[in-house]
Design a protein around this ligand. Structure first.
Ligand code: LMG
Ligand code: NDP
Ligand code: PMR
Length: 387
């Protein structure tokens, strides 16, 4: 019988068995992973059958007594699922019973508590540790996920940080400016590594989704609010975004601007999705997509903004721009991009109109520039140690 693991357990007491040696317990912070219902990954899978009998467990074969095949439960990894959009999407997908959600989060206990308070059913999700500000952590997450023996059917690169008031850069464990390091480089390595897992999946529609945003697109009003996004000739990225004797900004600017760094990172996210599509869609059949889910003005993304902004921003978006969406609505939108059978087209940047109907949106010239996308891909490969 599956064992109940309390969300209040300290990370150091959490354990996950190594693959091929399910009896052994590895007590190592890098291997933090636990399901609400099961202590061992082998049991994580079995727990699904009990909670969602109409769908087969992840990775299991799917024949019914009448000989017809049913779709097995899909497994989706969502980064930054401990709050905001990621949490809302995790909840929306888990509630369908068709998806097991792997919440890939930097703060294990925050994620476990958030899932519980959101009312996500025990057994419908697994929390695994991932800190995108460390490339070692990304690699360890991938190893850890593989040891769980779950298939990978969809990956959502959702986590992000926004440092609007920062006038000096901070850096990831690998020495890259934090906004681009977390939002783009960490996800770039994760997506590249996990492509192999997506390729192995037998799920009918496999998807890799990377969050974009309107503020990275200068073909919109929102994208023209200063500071405007712009990667220039990527000289700062080529120099390693180190800050000392160089620049922490992608375009090589001398002074650091936290708001611009975020918007630049979103251009990188949208360019990366398209480059994946051009390089790998035909060969793999995987759907690559990005989206602007609407302005979710209440999330933790604005935690570092000044209090006056945090107070005025939600009513401003709700009543003036009318671009406001609730966290729940945005979660449904992201869940559609993961799972809706009508959103299988690859290379698309999805948005939603006032009636919450999805449409294929136009990216700005820079966010759809194939030469820039290629250059970004090549430079990013070097920075994350893939080339
Ligand atoms: C930079 O500043 C920061 O320096 C940087 O750190 C970073 O945060 C960056 O992009 C992020 O922003 C930019 C910003 C600062 O400055 C400006 O945007 C300059 C313009 C400010 C002018 C404000 C006028 C507001 C009136 C808007 C009307 C426009 C209507 C357009 C509608 C289009 C529809 C298609 O700005 C701030 O930090 C504060 C901005 C916070 C927004 C508050 C706006 C006004 C408040 C309205 C109250 C809402 C109440 C709702 C009532 C509705 C009634 C119907
Ligand atoms: P939140 O701040 O609520 O969520 C961001 C998540 O990213 C949190 O779970 C956070 O973890 C996680 N995260 C931050 N740093 C790291 C890290 N180093 N490693 C792992 N996880 C990390 O913001 P939103 O939900 O608003 O943002 C989600 C996505 O939506 C972002 O990609 C954002 O760019 C995009 N977006 C948001 C819009 C909006 O209006 N809010 C509009 C357009 C796009 P923790 O909980 O531990 O802080
Ligand atoms: Mg913006 C016209 C519509 C519109 C939309 C859809 C957004 C979305 N914003 C719009 C307009 C305006 N904004 C206008 C007219 C202003 C001047 C008052 C304005 C200002 C503003 C600020 C200061 N807006 C912001 C900020 C932020 O700090 C947010 C940001 O840029 O984060 C990077 C932001 C946002 N506006 C949006 C969205 C979605 C954001 C959140 C950013 C994101 O995740 O990309």
């Amino acid at each position: 019988m599956a064992l109940q693991v309390q969300a209040t357990l300290l990370p150091s007491t959490l354990s996950v068995p190594k693959k091929g040696n399910l009896g052994a317990v590895v007590k190592e912070p890098a291997f933090l992973s636990v399901s609400q219902k099961a202590k061992k990954p082998s049991l994580v899978v079995r727990a699904q059958v009990a909670t969602a009998p109409q769908v087969a467990s992840p990775g299991a074969s799917t024949s019914r007594a009448d000989g017809k095949k049913t779709l097995r439960q899909g497994v989706v990894v969502i980064t930054g699922a401990s709050s905001g959009l990621g949490l809302a999407a995790a909840k929306a997908l888990a509630e369908t019973g068709k998806w097991h959600v792997v919440m890939a989060c930097r703060d294990f206990l925050k994620a476990a508590t958030a899932a519980k308070s959101a009312g996500m059913a025990a057994g419908s999700y697994t929390v695994m540790h991932l800190d995108l500000a460390s490339l070692d952590s990304v690699r360890q997450f991938v190893d850890n996920f593989r040891r769980s023996d779950m298939p990978l059917d969809a990956l959502v690169c959702n986590a992000a940080i926004y440092r609007p008031t920062a006038r000096t850069p901070t850096f990831t464990a690998d020495g890259y400016e934090m906004s681009v390091g977390v939002n783009h480089l960490g996800h770039f390595l994760l997506a590249r590594l996990m492509l192999d897992d997506l390729k192995k999946s037998d799920y009918p529609s496999r998807r890799l989704i990377i969050l974009g945003s309107i503020t990275g697109n200068t073909n919109t009003l929102a994208g023209n609010i200063p500071p405007k996004a712009g990667l220039g000739d990527l000289r700062g990225l080529a120099g390693g975004l180190r800050g000392q004797n160089g620049s922490a900004m992608i375009d090589g600017a001398e002074s650091f601007d936290g708001a611009k760094a975020y918007k630049d990172s979103k251009i990188c996210n949208m360019l990366t999705m398209q480059e994946f599509h051009r390089r790998l869609h035909e060969e793999t059949g995987i759907t690559f997509a990005s989206l602007y889910p609407g302005c979710i003005a209440t999330t933790g993304l604005f935690r570092e903004h000044i209090p006056l902004f945090r107070l005025l921003f939600p009513p401003f978006q709700r009543f003036v721009t009318k671009g406001f969406v609730s966290e729940a609505e945005s979660g449904k939108r992201l869940a559609q991009v993961v799972s809706d059978p009508s959103l299988t087209k690859s290379g698309v940047y999805w948005s939603w109109n006032k009636d919450s109907a999805s449409f294929e949106n136009q990216l700005s010239q820079e966010a759809s520039d194939p030469e820039k996308a290629k250059k970004l891909w090549d430079l990013s490969e070097k920075l994350v140690g893939l080339a």
